[in-house]
Write a protein that binds this ligand. Sequence first.
Ligand code: 6PG
Length: 423
Amino acid sequence: MAQADIALIGLAVMGQNLVLNMNDHGFVVPLLEAGDIIIDGGNSEYRDTTRRCQDLKAKGILFVRSGVSGGEEGARYGPSLMPGGNKEAWPHIKTIFQSIAAKVGTGEPCCDWVGDEGAGHFVKMVHNGIEYGDMQLICEAYHLMKDVLGMEHDEMAKVFEEWNKTELDSFLIEITANILKFHDTDGQHLLPKIRDSAGQKGTGKWTAISALEYGVPVTLIGEAVFARCLSSLKDEGIQASKKLAGPPKTKFGGDKKSFLEDIQKALYASKIISYTQGFMLLRQAAKEFGWTLNYGGIALMWRGGCIIRSVFLGKIKDAFDWNPQLQNLLLDDFFKTAVQKCQDSWRQAISTGVQAGIPMPCFTTALSFYDGYRHEMLPANLIQAQRDYFGAHTYELLAKPGQFIHTNWTGHGGSVSSSSYNA
Ligand code: 6PG
């Protein structure tokens, strides 16, 4: 009987195309023998993965958890693969994985070993969170074009096509242009007929939960998840639209070309913030779990094949190649300058949108993060004072960091303070 190189369970949209792709590359799949390597290529929760890894290790089975991205087409012709888990398995599957993965540049595969235990699934989870952010940012740009500038669908499609020739060049911008110009069988545009209530399978939510758990301000992905939640309150929204007033509708009086440029730059700057936050989360998770993550390698894995693939990820790879210890993407010269160049337009797009009553949760949270991150002094001194006032939670003085003290603010409070710890 022929020996299998690999077996695959779960032959749905992506699974069956992955098998066909492996077959094209000469690898066979007749039977899965109990024993050596099991690969989980689903969007599994990384802690389940870690648990499974430990259980299987006890039985002598090598478990690999691989993030797989690229949808139906990617699975068939070249996905982005993010394997992690028991590294002893890697030499056995490396050729298969790297052969079938998408290639970028001079043929570099969008696949490399990510790290131990649930690292592969954690990286895929963050990829999906970033995907939620990118999609919401594009939606906010579309909303501004549609409701502030009053643009028609074909015209908006052309703008996205143009943007796809710039630093925004990416799969999601490309498909947005295609979606905008798509006509239904009755000759009308299909997009405005689609119910504006977004679904979600949970990976964006997991990213936001991890961000809260590890205390990393991944605000943009959080807002993108909540934007989907808000959109799911469709029936309530219809009621509210009849009762709650916004600003009066006015015709846009500014320069359309220049406002479109403002939106483009707001999108680019916000995207930089989103990826900055995503990589902050990866860095913190690596610290929590003792993973050694190669951030440039992760950017390369996402550069092609996956849903968030873009030219921009090449720049992120360059930044980490230049400085593998880079603490924060915003501190890289290229990204620092890029945000600086977008800043005026970013603020302009947001203030115009706010005046017109357009919800822009991701554009605005990105700018707030930027302003918060770059401030030498935040108003958190007042929070500390409030906590100490009502609950004797103590505070530190700027001049004496590390020493926690309590003040009797009212003159009639006690001198007992609560213990100091941070969740
Ligand atoms: C991919 C996608 C894929 C899937 C997500 C999105 O990388 O190929 O991210 O994993 O499309 O499940 O799901 P939701 O938008 O339904 O959460």
